[in-house]
Ligand binder design. Structure first.
Ligand code: HMG
Ligand code: MG
Length: 312
């Protein structure tokens, strides 16, 4: 099977994961979660969003999180930024990388950031050039490339058009988002094939939500097409509050376990990562959807029971 020797996991749990939680997670827990993810070997992580707290109250403590995290050398930390105000706060809070975002469908874009796609590019022109001038690399997301919760089907060439415009503006990587988790492997081959005909694989990442259980299959197709950056959230946390029906992201431990089993390196310690997810599940107050995490916790509790029985 044609696979890359190594893959970069771009961890979005602290941002895409926690933005969708009903419970207000204390800043100190968010920081502990980020520290635990970094300790597991994750080297690229989106820690928060500098968006309007009226729209995403869960991440209203973005500046405190950004100021509170340790920043070990060799770990890239990024945050979502929707406008110039978000950029200014992000830079003042010590962020050294940012991510901008828009959707391939007008209706989701409007519901998510209250702008048309054209207006979003106006906002980008106030964010991307000053960020690059400050030596801050910019990543971008194109959401809903495989389907929109409001419009249904999305023209696959929209992903190509938006990727081209974003790369022309100096964005270093575009993450193609299956925001509501409707993509199937054949569709991934189609959309990615179109994008990769125009752009190098190293400038493209994949971002799958696992609503229908197709995220790992979609990743496998992407890997075979040369993609080497995969977005994922520890425990499978997450979803976009402005995309009804969007459930958790692809779980980091699920994709890391699959990659390691196939001999693909990630630099991540799976046990430490699973422990970070277990901690996250305690502070969000519910079970997380990751299959690997469930299997691991099940194994631990069976081993505990066996030890207790032997001691009786
Ligand atoms: P708006 O209401 O049109 O704009 O929101 P506004 O300028 O009138 O701002 C509203 C209020 O927010 C004002 O406060 C602003 O000052 C304030 P007020 O005057 O009413 O007191 N405000 C801000 N505060 C802090 N930081 C800022 C900021 N900007 C304005 N940066 C806006 C427009 C874009 C701000 C809003 O729609 C917004 O913040 N949207 C964010 C939505 C979001 O974060 N969605 C989830 C992330 S996207 C996603 O999850 C998909 C992804 O994972 C990929 C995938 O899965 O496909 C990336
Ligand atoms: Mg997402």
């Amino acid at each position: 099977m044609k696979l890359p020797p190594e893959v970069t996991i771009y961890e979005v749990g602290p941002r895409d994961g926690l933005q969708n939680e009903a419970r207000n997670v204390p800043t100190a827990d968010k920081i502990r979660f980020i520290d635990a993810l970094v300790a597991s070997g994750i080297r690229a992580i989106e820690i928060t969003s500098f968006v309007s707290p009226k729209w995403i109250p869960q991440l209203a403590d973005a500046a405190e999180v950004a100021r509170g995290v340790a920043r070990p050398v060799g770990v890239r930390m990024s945050a979502l930024v929707p406008n110039r105000r978000g950029l200014d706060t992000a830079l003042a809070s010590g962020m050294k990388e940012i991510a901008v975002f828009l959707s391939a469908s007008e209706t989701h874009n409007k519901k998510n950031i209250n702008k048309t796609i054209a207006e979003t590019f106006d906002a980008f022109s106030e964010v991307i050039p000053p960020a690059l001038a400050a030596n801050v690399p910019v990543r971008a997301y194109v959401s809903t490339v495989y389907g929109c919760p409001y419009e249904g089907e999305v023209d696959p060439d929209k992903a190509v058009e938006l990727t081209t415009r974003l790369r022309d503006m100096g964005v270093y990587e575009i993450s193609l988002g299956d925001t509501i988790g409707v993509a199937n492997p054949a569709q991934v081959e189609d959309v990615l094939g179109r994008v990769l005909a125009k752009h190098p694989a190293k400038s493209v990442a994949v971002h799958f939500h696992d609503t229908q259980g197709t995220a790992l299959a979609n990743c496998l197709v992407a890997l075979q097409m040369g993609i080497t950056t995969i977005d994922a959230a520890a425990g499978g946390l997450g979803g976009c509050p402005y995309a009804p029906g969007a459930s958790g992201n692809l779980a980091t431990e699920d994709v890391v376990a699959m990659l390691h089993a196939m001999g693909v390196k990630t630099g991540i310690d799976l046990d430490k990562l699973t422990e970070a997810s277990r901690t996250a599940s305690t502070f969000v107050g519910h079970e997380l959807p990751s299959k690997y995490l469930k299997a691991h916790l099940g194994k631990q509790s069976r081993a505990r029971r066996r030890t207790e029985q032997m001691g009786q």
